[in-house]
Design a protein around this ligand. Structure first.
Ligand code: GTP
Ligand code: MG
Length: 195
Protein backbone atom coordinates (compact mmCIF):
# COMPACT_ATOMS: atom_id res chain seq x y z
CA UNK A 1 0.00 0.00 0.00
CA UNK A 2 1.21 3.51 -0.82
CA UNK A 3 1.00 5.37 2.49
CA UNK A 4 0.71 9.15 2.53
CA UNK A 5 -2.00 9.84 5.07
CA UNK A 6 -1.69 8.53 8.57
CA UNK A 7 -2.88 9.88 11.87
CA UNK A 8 -3.21 8.78 15.43
CA UNK A 9 -6.96 8.56 15.65
CA UNK A 10 -7.67 7.11 19.07
CA UNK A 11 -5.88 6.25 22.26
CA UNK A 12 -7.64 4.12 24.80
CA UNK A 13 -7.70 1.56 27.49
CA UNK A 14 -11.42 0.83 27.29
CA UNK A 15 -13.74 -0.33 24.56
CA UNK A 16 -15.71 2.92 24.49
CA UNK A 17 -12.52 4.75 23.57
CA UNK A 18 -11.77 2.65 20.51
CA UNK A 19 -12.77 3.89 17.03
CA UNK A 20 -16.27 3.09 15.86
CA UNK A 21 -15.30 2.97 12.21
CA UNK A 22 -14.88 -0.65 11.27
CA UNK A 23 -11.82 -0.52 9.08
CA UNK A 24 -9.89 -3.78 9.17
CA UNK A 25 -7.31 -3.82 11.95
CA UNK A 26 -3.75 -5.10 12.22
CA UNK A 27 -2.53 -5.30 15.83
CA UNK A 28 1.12 -5.27 16.87
CA UNK A 29 1.99 -7.13 20.07
CA UNK A 30 5.23 -7.88 21.85
CA UNK A 31 7.43 -7.32 24.83
CA UNK A 32 8.21 -3.80 25.99
CA UNK A 33 11.10 -2.36 24.04
CA UNK A 34 10.95 -5.02 21.30
CA UNK A 35 10.34 -2.35 18.66
CA UNK A 36 6.56 -2.21 18.02
CA UNK A 37 6.35 1.55 17.67
CA UNK A 38 9.53 1.57 15.56
CA UNK A 39 8.05 -1.06 13.24
CA UNK A 40 4.85 0.94 12.80
CA UNK A 41 6.87 4.05 11.97
CA UNK A 42 8.92 2.10 9.42
CA UNK A 43 5.82 0.68 7.74
CA UNK A 44 4.25 4.13 7.35
CA UNK A 45 7.50 5.90 6.50
CA UNK A 46 7.38 8.26 9.44
CA UNK A 47 10.24 8.90 11.77
CA UNK A 48 8.28 9.32 14.95
CA UNK A 49 4.50 9.26 14.61
CA UNK A 50 4.38 6.29 16.97
CA UNK A 51 6.37 7.39 20.02
CA UNK A 52 9.40 5.22 20.66
CA UNK A 53 11.76 5.13 23.58
CA UNK A 54 14.91 3.49 24.89
CA UNK A 55 12.99 3.07 28.13
CA UNK A 56 10.64 0.10 28.16
CA UNK A 57 6.99 0.71 28.86
CA UNK A 58 6.59 3.74 26.60
CA UNK A 59 3.30 2.68 25.05
CA UNK A 60 0.79 1.93 27.81
CA UNK A 61 -2.43 2.49 25.95
CA UNK A 62 -3.93 0.91 22.85
CA UNK A 63 -3.14 3.34 20.04
CA UNK A 64 -5.07 3.32 16.76
CA UNK A 65 -3.32 4.69 13.69
CA UNK A 66 -5.62 5.44 10.79
CA UNK A 67 -3.86 4.39 7.58
CA UNK A 68 -5.26 6.03 4.44
CA UNK A 69 -8.84 5.77 5.74
CA UNK A 70 -8.51 2.08 4.87
CA UNK A 71 -7.22 0.28 7.90
CA UNK A 72 -5.95 0.69 11.43
CA UNK A 73 -2.58 -0.23 12.80
CA UNK A 74 -3.02 -0.91 16.48
CA UNK A 75 -0.01 -0.43 18.74
CA UNK A 76 -0.61 -2.58 21.81
CA UNK A 77 1.11 -1.83 25.12
CA UNK A 78 4.18 -3.98 25.66
CA UNK A 79 4.47 -6.67 28.31
CA UNK A 80 7.18 -8.15 30.48
CA UNK A 81 8.45 -4.90 31.87
CA UNK A 82 9.67 -5.93 35.33
CA UNK A 83 9.13 -2.60 37.05
CA UNK A 84 5.41 -2.50 36.30
CA UNK A 85 3.32 -3.14 39.43
CA UNK A 86 1.39 -6.37 39.61
CA UNK A 87 -1.97 -4.56 39.65
CA UNK A 88 -1.25 -2.85 36.35
CA UNK A 89 0.07 -6.12 34.91
CA UNK A 90 -3.29 -7.71 35.69
CA UNK A 91 -5.05 -4.76 34.14
CA UNK A 92 -2.85 -5.13 31.07
CA UNK A 93 -3.83 -8.80 30.78
CA UNK A 94 -7.51 -8.03 31.00
CA UNK A 95 -7.29 -5.21 28.48
CA UNK A 96 -5.35 -7.29 25.94
CA UNK A 97 -7.53 -10.36 26.35
CA UNK A 98 -10.64 -8.27 25.96
CA UNK A 99 -9.30 -6.50 22.90
CA UNK A 100 -8.18 -9.72 21.20
CA UNK A 101 -11.40 -11.58 21.86
CA UNK A 102 -14.01 -8.87 21.39
CA UNK A 103 -12.72 -6.43 18.84
CA UNK A 104 -14.63 -7.35 15.69
CA UNK A 105 -12.54 -5.55 13.00
CA UNK A 106 -9.35 -7.19 14.27
CA UNK A 107 -8.18 -9.48 11.49
CA UNK A 108 -4.44 -9.80 11.67
CA UNK A 109 -1.93 -9.95 14.49
CA UNK A 110 1.77 -9.29 14.23
CA UNK A 111 3.76 -10.68 17.15
CA UNK A 112 7.18 -9.12 17.57
CA UNK A 113 10.10 -10.87 19.22
CA UNK A 114 13.71 -9.73 19.52
CA UNK A 115 15.68 -11.84 17.06
CA UNK A 116 18.57 -12.14 19.52
CA UNK A 117 16.58 -13.76 22.31
CA UNK A 118 14.75 -17.01 22.76
CA UNK A 119 11.05 -16.15 23.28
CA UNK A 120 10.30 -16.36 26.98
CA UNK A 121 7.36 -17.31 29.16
CA UNK A 122 5.63 -13.98 28.53
CA UNK A 123 5.93 -14.40 24.78
CA UNK A 124 4.44 -17.87 25.04
CA UNK A 125 1.56 -16.51 27.15
CA UNK A 126 0.95 -13.84 24.49
CA UNK A 127 1.02 -16.56 21.85
CA UNK A 128 -1.59 -18.47 23.84
CA UNK A 129 -3.81 -15.37 24.09
CA UNK A 130 -3.51 -14.91 20.33
CA UNK A 131 -4.26 -18.53 19.46
CA UNK A 132 -7.09 -18.74 21.97
CA UNK A 133 -8.65 -15.72 20.26
CA UNK A 134 -8.49 -17.70 17.00
CA UNK A 135 -5.51 -16.10 15.29
CA UNK A 136 -2.21 -17.39 13.98
CA UNK A 137 0.17 -14.43 14.07
CA UNK A 138 2.73 -13.20 11.62
CA UNK A 139 5.92 -13.21 13.70
CA UNK A 140 8.38 -10.38 13.14
CA UNK A 141 11.90 -10.88 14.52
CA UNK A 142 13.12 -7.36 15.27
CA UNK A 143 16.59 -5.80 15.51
CA UNK A 144 17.96 -8.05 12.76
CA UNK A 145 20.68 -5.44 12.21
CA UNK A 146 22.30 -6.75 15.39
CA UNK A 147 23.06 -10.19 13.91
CA UNK A 148 24.87 -11.47 10.85
CA UNK A 149 23.25 -13.70 8.23
CA UNK A 150 24.16 -17.06 9.68
CA UNK A 151 23.17 -15.96 13.17
CA UNK A 152 19.82 -14.79 11.79
CA UNK A 153 19.07 -18.21 10.31
CA UNK A 154 20.05 -19.92 13.53
CA UNK A 155 17.89 -17.61 15.63
CA UNK A 156 14.86 -17.95 13.35
CA UNK A 157 14.95 -21.68 14.04
CA UNK A 158 15.11 -21.06 17.78
CA UNK A 159 12.10 -18.72 17.59
CA UNK A 160 10.13 -21.16 15.45
CA UNK A 161 10.67 -23.88 18.00
CA UNK A 162 9.97 -21.75 21.09
CA UNK A 163 6.66 -20.46 19.68
CA UNK A 164 5.65 -23.77 18.12
CA UNK A 165 5.24 -22.23 14.68
CA UNK A 166 4.24 -24.35 11.70
CA UNK A 167 6.97 -22.99 9.49
CA UNK A 168 9.96 -20.70 9.56
CA UNK A 169 8.24 -18.78 6.73
CA UNK A 170 5.87 -17.43 9.34
CA UNK A 171 8.74 -15.29 10.70
CA UNK A 172 10.05 -12.18 8.99
CA UNK A 173 13.43 -10.80 10.12
CA UNK A 174 13.16 -7.04 10.37
CA UNK A 175 15.24 -3.98 11.22
CA UNK A 176 13.88 -0.51 11.71
CA UNK A 177 17.38 0.79 11.05
CA UNK A 178 17.92 -0.81 7.64
CA UNK A 179 14.20 -1.35 6.84
CA UNK A 180 15.04 -4.96 6.01
CA UNK A 181 11.77 -6.90 6.04
CA UNK A 182 9.42 -3.92 5.75
CA UNK A 183 8.32 -4.84 2.24
CA UNK A 184 7.74 -8.47 3.14
CA UNK A 185 5.55 -7.38 6.07
CA UNK A 186 3.54 -5.06 3.82
CA UNK A 187 3.11 -7.92 1.34
CA UNK A 188 1.55 -10.01 4.10
CA UNK A 189 -0.75 -7.17 5.15
CA UNK A 190 -1.81 -6.43 1.55
CA UNK A 191 -2.45 -10.11 0.95
CA UNK A 192 -4.64 -10.29 4.04
CA UNK A 193 -6.53 -7.14 3.00
CA UNK A 194 -7.18 -8.50 -0.48
CA UNK A 195 -8.42 -11.80 0.87
P1 GTP B 1 7.05 -0.13 24.34
O1 GTP B 1 6.26 1.00 23.79
O2 GTP B 1 7.77 0.18 25.60
O3 GTP B 1 6.27 -1.39 24.46
O4 GTP B 1 8.29 -0.43 23.32
P2 GTP B 1 8.21 -0.69 21.75
O5 GTP B 1 8.05 -2.15 21.50
O6 GTP B 1 7.24 0.22 21.08
O7 GTP B 1 9.72 -0.34 21.31
P3 GTP B 1 10.25 0.97 20.56
O8 GTP B 1 9.81 0.98 19.14
O9 GTP B 1 9.97 2.16 21.39
O10 GTP B 1 11.84 0.65 20.54
C1 GTP B 1 12.54 0.42 21.74
C2 GTP B 1 14.03 0.69 21.50
O11 GTP B 1 14.58 -0.25 20.58
C3 GTP B 1 14.34 2.07 20.91
O12 GTP B 1 15.51 2.56 21.51
C4 GTP B 1 14.53 1.79 19.44
O13 GTP B 1 15.37 2.73 18.81
C5 GTP B 1 15.19 0.41 19.47
N1 GTP B 1 14.88 -0.36 18.24
C6 GTP B 1 13.68 -0.63 17.74
N2 GTP B 1 13.75 -1.35 16.60
C7 GTP B 1 15.09 -1.54 16.37
C8 GTP B 1 15.83 -2.22 15.33
O14 GTP B 1 15.29 -2.80 14.38
N3 GTP B 1 17.18 -2.21 15.45
C9 GTP B 1 17.83 -1.60 16.49
N4 GTP B 1 19.17 -1.68 16.50
N5 GTP B 1 17.17 -0.95 17.47
C10 GTP B 1 15.81 -0.91 17.41
MG1 MG C 1 5.83 1.52 21.88
Amino acid sequence: MQVNNVRLEAVGVKFEQFPETDYPEVAFAGRSNVGKSSLINALINRKALARTSGQPGKTQTINFYNIEEQLYFVDLPGYGYAKVARASREQWGKMIEYYLNRRVPLGMIVLLVDIRHTPNENDRIMMDYIRTAGFEPLVVATKADKLNRSQIIKHLKIIKQALALHSIDQIIPFSSMTKQGAEAIWDEIDQWLAY
